[in-house]
Design a binder for this molecule. Structure first.
Ligand code: 13P
Ligand code: SF4
Length: 303
């Protein structure tokens, strides 16, 4: 039996659902029950009636699934698949920052640990950051951990945003000169950027969107060529879903090593052994759930 069929059989036997982020390796995306951006995967994790969630992504994503579904077993086939941005904020440091500011709501990007979410008012993703910021009934807000996402949101709100100095290295790599070179090489292509990119990139982008937002934009567009300003894993679903269109990475350097760790062998082993499990302890999960649920509720209202 092929490894894909072995995994499918075990998924069925365990009443498990396999979720994959849009940056995962092609073989993982091709086998998953659902691929999506962070917001879509959070909603799916909240709504699934499976007993087991095999999360093919990074650690904070599995934690978010555990926060939303404490009764389910959440497996992360590679426990060492972390997120460099999430590692840029510790709960203790956030407490110090909060103590040094006047009282204000804290919006935390889902790309953060459960312990940081537990100290936050509401979460956001790249797909809903502007809606979340504008849903807050306060003139000043602290946004963590992604400074680029906060600077992007600041373009669409009157609120005063206080920043945390975190960023995603895979997106921070991209410089305006890379985009200029890609545009010179492909003058007919439209340039689409992720909100994790630096402000100089947002300034020159034709479109700014989350990973699934990019997939929707390209599917609906009459354009034939696109330069993609996000992690290179997104090129796989873009090419698969749009065989008549061409896609160029804005920079080959936009690679997240952690997003490439999980292979089919890891998924198989994980389903066989039902490890490694990610489980957020109740004392962290309950306060973190307030912040994640507030985001999910807002997203479902807007649908
Ligand atoms: P989205 O898929 O939500 O746009 O997330 C980007 C990201 O960096 C996830 O790690
Ligand atoms: Fe974290 Fe960036 Fe990798 Fe996403 S792409 S998991 S934000 S380091």
């Amino acid at each position: 039996m092929s490894i894909q069929n072995q995994i499918k059989a075990l998924l069925k036997e365990r009443n498990a659902v396999m979720l994959a982020h849009n940056y995962q390796p092609p073989a993982i995306q091709d086998l998953a029950d659902m691929c999506g951006d962070s917001l879509e995967l959070s909603i799916k994790a909240a709504q699934t009636d499976a007993d087991v969630i095999v999360f093919c992504g990074v650690h904070f994503m599995a934690e978010t699934a555990s926060i939303l579904s404490p009764g389910k077993t959440v497996l992360l086939p590679r426990l060492d698949a972390g997120c460099l941005m999430a590692d840029m904020i510790e709960p203790e440091a956030l407490q110090v920052k909060k103590a040094n500011l006047p009282p204000m709501p804290v919006i935390t990007y889902v790309n953060s640990t459960a312990a940081v979410k537990a100290l936050s008012t509401i979460c956001c993703t790249s797909a809903n950051v502007v809606d979340v910021v504008n849903s807050i009934d306060a003139p000043e807000v602290l946004m963590t951990p992604d400074r680029n996402l906060a600077m992007y949101a600041a373009r669409y709100t009157d609120k005063q945003l206080h920043l945390w100095d975190g960023y995603c290295p895979s997106h921070e790599w991209l410089k305006a000169a890379d985009v200029q070179a890609a545009r010179a090489a492909h003058p007919d292509a439209q340039f689409i950027a992720h909100p994790e990119c630096r402000p100089e990139i947002i300034d020159i982008a034709d479109v700014v969107a989350s990973t699934s937002g990019m997939l929707r934009h390209v599917a609906a567009s009459n354009r034939k060529a696109f330069i993609i300003g996000t992690e290179v894993g997104l090129l796989h679903p873009l090419r698969k879903q749009n065989p008549d269109k061409v896609f160029y990475p804005a920079s080959e350097k936009m690679t997240c090593k952690n997003m490439k760790k999980i292979g089919l062998e890891d998924v198989l082993k994980s389903l066989e052994s039902m490890t490694p499990e990610v489980k957020v302890p109740e004392e962290t999960r309950v306060p973190a759930l307030n912040a994640v649920q507030a985001m999910v509720d807002l997203a479902l209202q807007k649908k």
